[in-house]
Design a protein around this ligand. Structure first.
Ligand code: BG6
Length: 480
């Protein structure tokens, strides 16, 4: 494999990609035997209540109808030039209740067709096994990931996927943003009890179960699909001290360590000392069996992460303004601009965190999510119905310039996937008006629209970046 860096700063093998998640694009929430997932009862994302049943105001039930339009969408991803498409498999399409004895063949057949289509267009798939869409039955009748039994249910599901697709899918991710389980227990851990009523003991035990499940899936992938590579996926949030005061520096470091611990376990095969100390001091006694310890020793082949924003931390919570992203909160960095949803825009943070991850773990890295959620307006530009989105182009360009710096720093970074090649329903707020896509989908927050697709100006821009292997970043990313 030729990994040499070309004059554009990007290796010829660099995987220019795009990323999505099943629940945010597929729709068809109860078609072909699919069971309900936690997303089907979260009409307002993490900011609103969980409903007893799916309700008609839940945009994810239909989402952008990728389930019926994947051929058209994958064709446009090919036109965009994507080399890598990251998507997730809806667990409840394969095991409708999560605890079923046998998989749902219609669900498996759907992903066969998606993979066929990607293969036809020469796009490398990357599959997330679990992306915030645990079968609802596992939440309602088992207590979600607080229950150790989910390790076995996940294992059976992962086995089914490796047996079916392991020969044709090289890249696998076990859990989307696994570190978010401590912060968004229902979204990430299928734990319906509100966070305020959960103890740290319960939350950390749930995280432990996910870590064991992830390691067991890694072991299984290595056995069943030896040519495949399996990675963890971490929500990366570089955290700066709010001031240079050592107490603030320590507060920032400790905040980052809570995230790093998840990567440490995946890459080193055991819990780090600082993490164990923290548990002890907080009176948390994890139930870790001998089998768990043996499972954790199966380490990942690569580390992937999402990156949207950075935050600040302080030892004195009365200082600074509150700031946030979709699941993590902290202090706002007064030096950085904010997105329309209040997330700090910080391209340098991407370089910092990628260098940290590389220095710490020495595993190949993938940036598997990065992008800007913004309001868009359709307009006519020289006869093309499109979205003129210089703000998104600027965001992506600035981050990709940092990606090139990361490569120049000598980091083994294998690819970058924009979130997202196409508009989708937001995870945290369940809105469609928070648009991330390079392709506009005609559907609004009330669910009204034709679902027709329109290429945005950022689509043309990214196509050019990919076609020139990054060279056009230096020309301001001219749109052809
Ligand atoms: C990541 C998730 O945290 O952020 C995605 O993996 C999500 O599922 C993305 O869509 C953007 O966040 P949001 O909440 O704006 O959709």
């Amino acid at each position: 494999m030729d990994t040499s860096v070309t004059p554009t700063g990007f290796p010829t093998t660099f995987l220019w990609g795009g990323a999505t998640a099943a629940n945010q694009i597929e729709g068809a929430y109860c078609e072909d035997g699919k069971g309900l997932s936690i997303q089907d009862v979260m009409p307002q994302g993490v900011v609103g209540p969980v409903t007893a049943e799916p309700t008609s105001d839940n945009l994810k039930l239909e989402a952008i109808d990728f389930y019926h339009r994947f051929e058209e969408d994958i064709a446009s991803f090919a036109e965009l030039g994507l080399k890598l498409f990251r998507f997730s498999i809806a667990w409840s399409r394969i095991y409708p209740n999560g605890d079923d004895d046998a998989p749902n063949e219609a669900g498996l057949a759907f992903y066969d067709r998606v993979l066929d289509e990607l293969e036809r267009h020469g796009i490398e798939p990357m599959i997330t096994i679990s992306h915030y869409e645990t079968p609802l039955n596992l939440a309602r009748n088992y207590g979600g990931w607080m229950n150790r039994r989910l390790i076995d249910f996940y294992h059976r599901y992962a086995r089914t996927l490796f047996e079916r697709y392991g020969h044709r899918v090289r890249y696998w991710l076990t859990f989307n943003e696994i570190n978010s389980v401590l912060h968004a227990p229902f979204l990430s851990g299928a734990i319906e009890t509100p966070k305020a009523h959960l103890t740290d003991q319960e939350l950390y035990q749930a995280a432990h179960h996910e870590l064991v499940a992830s390691a067991r899936a890694t072991q299984l992938a290595h056995e069943l699909a030896p040519q495949a590579q399996i990675g963890c996926m971490i929500l990366a949030v570089p955290t700066y001290p709010l001031t240079p005061a050592p107490a603030d520096v320590l507060a920032a470091r400790r905040t980052e360590q809570v995230h790093y611990a998840f990567g440490d376990v995946h890459c080193r095969g055991r819990y780090p000392g600082y993490f164990l100390r923290d548990l002890t001091e907080r009176g948390i006694r994890l139930q870790i069996t001998e089998d768990d310890r043996a499972a954790l020793s199966h380490t990942v082949d690569f580390v992937s992460f999402s990156y949207y924003a950075s935050l600040c931390a302080t030892a004195d919570p009365s200082q600074g303004e509150d700031g946030g992203g979709n699941v993590f909160k902290g202090k706002r960095n007064p030096t950085l601009p904010l997105s329309e949803w209040g997330w700090a825009i910080d391209p340098t943070g991407l370089r910092l965190i990628a260098n940290d991850f590389w220095d710490r773990w020495q595993k190949p890295l993938f940036i598997v999510e990065n992008g800007l959620g913004a309001h868009d307006t359709l307009s006519d530009v020289d006869g093309e119905i499109t979205v003129n989105d210089p703000y998104r182009i600027a965001y992506l360009r600035e981050h990709l310039v940092q990606v090139r710096e990361i490569l120049r720093d000598g980091v083994d970074l294998r690819g970058y996937a924009v979130w997202s090649p196409i508009d989708l329903v937001s995870a945290s707020t369940a809105q469609l008006s928070k648009r991330y896509g390079l392709i506009y989908v005609d559907r609004d927050d009330t669910g009204t629209g034709t679902l027709q697709r329109y290429r945005k100006q950022s689509f043309h821009w990214y196509r050019h970046v990919i076609a020139t292997n990054g060279a056009s970043l230096d020309t301001g990313g001219a749109v052809d």
